[in-house]
Ligand binder design. Structure first.
Ligand code: SPQ
Length: 449
């Protein structure tokens, strides 16, 4: 069997085309893969390290563009952060409430997590003034979801579109605690309010309609915050005037990055892959449940707990997938994996329905419209729904010119689709992968046989 020819071409404007030529005889994927550190946990380790007292040591940090944005912002706020690497990053914290006023705008780049979590911390720093912004994508993503509850806590925030779009200006205040009933299940909203509550006298509570990822809760507890969780009502309460202390954090591999290989290994005939050191926190494993519903052959091996987070090696063997319905409370537990699940559904027998996922429209791109358009260019049958997609599987895909729309998860999902498409696929603006998975292309080359 010939291997696929995989080439990265850099354009004059520095954007990159990823070209995947699948041999007519097909290909298979084999090997053991190590994946980059979890993005959500990497952000939180840098942030909590920066506001803690003493030193935090981080092993396995994701070296993607998004955590780099977080590191730059918190350095500008006064934290000392050593050079970023995967072995060991040291963060010398400045203690809660001690941000210095930065001389310049804080730039969160492409990262929704950076800007939204940071806003909670900035708003609760009395007497200091901050400005925050991001790239084209981030400046069009809604900030009202965090600005509104922060304003209820008496925060002062200004910006475009009635103070809901970055750039935003924040005049830090002594905030008052609230009980916020979030209309959406969002870890960014929950974390923003909890972080604001840390430096606010009294108890601040967030209740969400379904459980979103709980990395903030786990890490806040580990750093010494007083936190109570009511799983019956999906509520978390943090006690203010907290003191956090530097910790050792080991970042597990990102299940959102593992998802590309789990789908690739399932859909490319004759494949067998083991993805090592995958974080399998139950608030993130919706992808495993969805693939199980589709009949994927996936096993968790060597299950263990590392620094408060469950971890496993995940083995996948190719199998004929079948359609399923993905909706309801599972959605927040696999929200970032829906683009790659759409690829899986394209190769499944029957019609897969994805609902209750309108949040996808306000991610780095409108992930419903963009995935439908790009997969359909390759011959798939994807129909947009207001809050999801209807995907009729079983049509043969053909190579085409497709575009990531500068969204990392879209670009990588299309690359996996290309492995099962005849001929040549060119993915424009493929450099977006560096947001969460800088060595995606080299791993792709390694596993293609
Ligand atoms: O950080 P950002 O840009 O929002 O990244 C994304 C992603 O696909 O990498 C979303 F586009 O992940 C979010 C995720 O969707 C990361 C995150 C977190 O770390 O708290 C939570 C989720 O967002 P939300 O809005 O549901 O809270």
């Amino acid at each position: 069997m010939l291997a696929a020819i995989i080439t990265l071409q850099t354009q004059e404007n520095a954007s990159q085309n990823l070209i995947i030529q699948r041999p007519p005889s097909g290909l298979s994927l084999q090997g053991r893969i190590s994946i980059p550190g979890d993005k959500s946990i990497s952000h939180r380790a840098l942030m909590l390290g920066a506001i803690a007292e003493g030193e935090t040591e981080i092993q396995g940090l994701l070296l993607g563009e998004d955590p780099r944005s977080t590191a730059h912002c918190f350095q500008a706020l006064g934290a000392e952060i050593s050079e970023l690497n995967t072995q060991l990053v040291r963060v010398k914290g400045i203690g809660l409430g001690n941000f210095q006023e930065p001389m310049d705008v804080l730039n969160a780049g492409n990262s929704g997590t950076t800007i939204r979590l940071m806003l909670g911390l900035l708003a609760s720093h009395p007497g200091r003034f901050f400005t925050v912004t991001g790239d084209d994508s981030l400046r069009s993503r809604p900030m009202s979801r965090v600005v509104k509850p922060l304003q209820q806590m008496s925060a002062e925030i200004w910006g475009r579109n009635s103070n809901t779009l970055a750039p935003l200006a924040v005049q830090g205040q002594a905030l008052k605690p609230i009980h916020y009933h979030s209309p959406i299940a969002s870890a960014q909203v929950k974390s923003c309010i909890l972080l604001a509550g840390l430096n606010t006298e009294g108890k601040t509570t967030v209740t969400e309609p379904a459980l979103s990822r709980d990395h903030s809760e786990r890490m806040l507890k580990a750093f010494g915050a007083e936190l109570s969780i009511d799983p019956e009502t999906n509520s978390v309460t943090v006690t203010g005037n907290a003191k956090l202390y530097g910790q050792k954090v080991v970042v597990p591999g990102d299940i959102s990055s593992a998802a590309f290989w789990l789908v690739a290994g399932s859909i490319v005939p004759g494949s067998e892959l083991v993805v090592e050191n995958v974080g399998v926190n139950p608030t993130r494993t919706g992808i495993l449940e969805a693939l199980a519903m589709m009949g994927a052959d996936i096993q968790l091996e060597n299950q263990r707990e590392v620094a408060g987070e469950p971890v496993a090696d995940v083995r996948v063997r190719s199998s004929q997938l079948k359609s399923c319905t993905i909706a309801g409370d599972i959605i927040p537990r696999l929200i970032d994996e829906i683009p790659i699940l759409a690829v899986a559904a394209t190769f499944a027998q029957g019609t897969t329905i994805i609902r209750d996922a309108a949040e996808l429209r306000v991610k780095e791109s409108d992930r419903i419209t963009v995935m439908a358009q790009q997969l359909n260019k390759m011959g798939a049958k994807v129909t947009e729904l207001p809050d999801g997609m209807e995907i009729t599987g079983g049509t043969a895909l053909v190579g085409a010119e497709v575009d990531s729309h500068t969204d990392h998860r879209i670009g990588m999902s299309l690359a996996i689709a290309a492995l099962n498409a005849s001929g040549t696929t060119t993915i424009h603006r493929a450099e977006a992968a560096a947001i969460s998975y800088p060595n995606f292309t080299s791993t792709l080359k390694e596993v293609c046989r």
